[in-house]
Design a protein around this ligand. Sequence first.
Ligand code: GLP
Length: 241
Amino acid sequence: MEIVKVKNYEEMSEKASTLMIEKLNNLEKPVLGLATGSTPEGLYEILIDKNKRNEVTFENVTSFNLDEYAGLKNTDPNSYHHYMNEKLFKHIDIPKGNTHVPNGSASDLEKECQDYEALIRDKNHVDIQLLGIGGNGHIGFNEPGTPFTSRTQVINLDESTRQANARFFPSMEEVPTQAITMGIETIMESKEIILLASGENKAEAVESLINGEVTEDFPASILQKHAHVTIIADEAALSKV
Ligand code: GLP
């Protein structure tokens, strides 16, 4: 794992954008894996800006998001569909049909997972996968205990994850209890991974990610086994390493 230490959130976002753009510009038809949450918001703002200045184009990019809440309509303001449209897709030149986010309101969620896997496979896997990390070590929504061999699946959200994400919802009761997430094996098949972490509340997770035992009890630890991972983290997130 390559660890890039930066000063703060702004520098993390800058560094991530530089790295991503360099890679995007070197691929003919890039397949991007995208994440949600607070962490990549700054990166997305920079990508929008650089796209407007013609420093990067998304015309040939296909994207796959990591996850989506189950039971939320795609138009729901708390859905990851809505997040991605508002924070990235509608501002850049990516063709509409090229963006993929699992459909959490599909009538058959299991089939939706299988179809999503097939779509990723058809594109010969993700070239650059962007990841954040949950305080409990989740990647995507793969909670502790998820088998390393998992593929895109419906998952029960941990109480701690629901609480961490409750800040986006009007009340705790409205935080979904399930989600669709790319599996751990699906994520590990990405050719390259960039994980972002900022802030002291990620310090313990980042420490376990880098120095901890590789165990299904801490899903992100599997990244130690990936051939091409870059962790871009700020001083606060690296303060326990
Ligand atoms: C969320 C998402 C993850 C994200 C993580 C951290 O629940 N499913 O993809 O990386 O938790 O979120 P944040 O960046 O807001 O700390």
